[in-house]
Design a protein around this ligand. Structure first.
Ligand code: SAM
Ligand code: SF4
Length: 453
C-alpha cells in the first residue's frame, strides 16, 4: 500500500466540475452562449425539479493561513450592505433574463463567512431573493458558519427564513495546530453553535475537519475526533489539506512546509480518522465525507442520487445552479460561467449594468459524457459504458490507465463497467483522472492542482 501511495500521490483535480476550471475553453463561449444555455436549462427544469442558488459571502474577520477559499479579511461591517445590494442587483439581472419566476430548490450561502453578516442583513438578502422567486417543494437551504462568529440570533433568523442545514469550520482542536494556522477556536464555541442549532430545529449540522495540517499527529487527530464525535454532528467533512501556496501566497502562516505531515504520514491520519468515525457510527460518503445513517446525504448515497458540484457533495441535484457574488461559478449543465474574482471588479461590472462574468466553458458532447462518468465515480464509486450515450471514442486509451489500476488492486473492470474497491477509495481522484481527456491532452506545465492524497 505504501508503494501505491507514493505512485498515486500526484497533483490532481478534486473534480467539483468537469472540465476542471484550468481547462475551460474560454474562447469557445460568448455571453450569448451562456445566456442561451441558461435559458434552455431553466425551461427544462424550473417547474419540475427547481433550481439551485449559490451565494458567495466573502468577508471574514480574521485570516486562517491554510485557507484556499476566496475571502476578504476585514473587521469593518460597513461592507455588508453594499455587498448585499450588489448581489441583489445581480440576481435581478438574472430574473429579467429568465422568463418565469425561479422556483428555488436549494440555496447555499458559502464563504468566506456568511455569518459575518448581521441577522438583519441576512434577512434583507433572502427577502430580496424571494421578491422575484418561490420556494420549490422539498427545498433544502444551507449555510456555512464560523463558530466564533455565529450567534443564536443569526441561527434563529436563518431558520425562520427556511434554512435547515448548516456547517461549521472546525479544522482541528489542538492548540499548537490552531496557533500555526492562525485559527484559535474553542470546543465550547463549537458546542454552543451545535447545541443552539439543534434546539432551534436544524435537521443537519455538519463539522469541517482537515487532515494534513502542520504539527498534526495521530494523538492530536485522535483528540480532535473524540471531541467532534462527542457532539454527534450529522455530517463530517474530513478534508485533505490542499497546500496551494502558489495560488494563495504564504500570508502570515506560522508554519514551514517541513512542519506538514507528508505522504504516508498524512494518509495514516486519514485512515485513523476513518476508523474512529466508523467506530462512532458514521458511514463514508464519496470522498472526504462521513454521515450518520439518519442524514439525507446517507439516504442520497443509498438511492444513488448523490451529486457533486462546486460546493462539494449535495443530496439535492438540480440541472441549473446560478452562482451569485464575487468568484461564484454557475452551472447550466451545458455550460459553466465564473464571476469576477475581486470585489472591486465585481462591483465595477455590475455598476456598468453587466453580468459580472469573466470566463466560462461550453460543454461538448464528449465533455458531457466524461462529466457523467466522473460524477458516477465520485458519487457512486462505479461507472458503466454499456449504454450508447455513455460511450467515448477514447475508451481504449482510458482502459489502458484503468487496467494498470486494476493490476494495482484499486478497482475491478467488468465487461463494460468498473467498480472501485474499498482499498481504491483513497485513489478516487486518480481514477477520475483516467477519464479526464483534457488532462491527457494538455499535461500541465505548472502546478495547477493540489496532491491527490
Ligand atoms: C468557507 S470555510 C467554512 C466557513 C467559515 N469560513 C469557517 O472557516 O468556519 C470552508 C471550509 O473549507 C475548508 N478549507 C479551506 N481551505 C482549505 C484547504 N486549503 N484545504 C482543505 N480544506 C480547506 C475548511 O475546512 C473550511 O471550513
Ligand atoms: S477558513 Fe473560513 S474563516 Fe478562515 S479565512 Fe477561510 S473562509 Fe475565512
Amino acid at each position: 500500500m505504501h508503494n501505491l501511495i507514493q505512485k498515486y500521490n500526484i497533483p490532481g483535480p478534486r473534480y467539483t466540475s468537469y472540465p476542471t476550471v484550468p481547462y475551460w475553453d474560454e474562447a469557445g463561449i460568448s455571453k450569448e452562449n451562456w445566456i442561451d444555455t441558461l435559458k434552455k436549462s431553466f425551461k427544462e427544469s424550473n417547474t419540475t425539479e427547481g433550481i439551485s442558488l449559490y451565494i458567495h459571502l466573502p468577508f471574514c474577520e480574521s485570516l486562517c493561513t491554510f485557507c484556499a477559499c476566496n475571502k476578504r479579511i476585514t473587521k469593518q461591517h460597513g461592507v455588508e450592505v453594499p455587498y448585499i445590494d450588489m448581489v441583489l442587483k445581480e440576481w435581478n439581472m438574472y430574473c429579467d433574463i429568465l422568463e418565469d419566476k425561479p422556483n428555488i430548490k436549494e440555496i447555499h450561502l458559502g464563504g468566506g463567512t456568511p455569518t459575518f453578516f448581521s441577522s438583519e442583513n441576512l434577512s434583507k438578502l433572502i427577502h430580496g431573493i424571494f421578491k422575484t422567486a418561490t420556494k420549490a417543494d422539498g427545498f433544502e437551504y444551507s449555510f456555512e458558519g464560523h463558530p466564533n462568529f455565529t450567534t443564536k440570533e443569526q441561527l434563529q433568523t436563518l431558520f425562520n427564513l427556511g434554512f435547515t442545514r448548516n456547517s461549521f469550520g472546525i479544522q482541528d482542536y489542538d492548540p499548537k495546530v490552531q496557533k500555526a494556522i492562525h485559527r484559535i477556536q474553542s470546543f465550547e464555541a463549537v458546542k454552543r453553535v451545535t447545541d443552539d442549532s439543534r434546539a432551534i430545529g436544524y435537521n443537519s449540522v455538519s463539522h469541517d475537519l482537515i487532515f494534513g495540517l502542520p504539527f498534526q499527529n495521530e494523538d492530536s487527530i485522535r483528540e480532535t475526533i473524540k471531541k467532534t464525535v462527542a457532539l454527534k454532528p450529522d455530517r463530517i467533512a474530513y478534508y485533505s489539506y490542499a497546500h496551494v501556496p502558489w495560488i494563495k501566497g504564504n500570508g502570515q502562516r506560522g508554519f514551514k512546509d517541513t512542519d506538514l505531515p507528508h505522504d504516508n504520514e498524512k494518509r495514516a491520519l486519514y485512515e485513523l480518522g476513518k476508523q474512529l468515525f466508523f467506530e462512532a457510527g458514521y458511514v463514508e460518503i464519496g470522498m472526504d465525507h462521513f454521515a450518520l445513517p439518519t442524514d439525507s446525504m446517507y439516504v442520497a448515497m443509498k438511492n444513488k442520487s448523490l451529486h457533486r458540484n462546486f460546493m462539494g457533495y449535495t443530496s439535492g441535484k438540480t440541472k441549473l445552479m446560478i452562482g451569485l457574488g464575487v468568484s461564484s461559478i454557475s452551472d447550466s449543465w451545458y455550460s459553466f460561467a465564473q464571476n469576477e474574482k475581486s470585489i472591486d471588479a465585481y462591483y465595477a461590472r455590475l455598476e456598468a449594468d453587466e453580468l459580472p462574468i469573466i470566463k466560462g466553458h461550453l460543454l461538448t458532447e464528449e465533455d458531457l459524457v466524461v462529466r457523467q462518468h466522473i460524477l458516477n465515480i465520485m458519487c457512486n464509486l462505479e461507472t458503466s459504458w454499456k449504454n450508447p450515450d455513455m460511450q467515448l471514442q477514447a475508451l481504449p486509451e482510458i482502459l489502458l490507465h484503468l487496467k494498470e489500476m486494476e493490476a494495482d488492486g484499486i478497482l475491478d473492470i467488468y465487461e463494460n463497467h468498473l467498480v472501485v474497491k474499498e482499498e481504491g477509495r483513497m485513489f478516487i481522484r486518480n481514477i477520475c483522472m483516467a477519464f479526464d481527456l483534457k488532462l491527457h491532452e494538455n499535461k500541465p506545465e505548472t502546478k495547477l492542482f493540489s496532491m491527490t492524497i
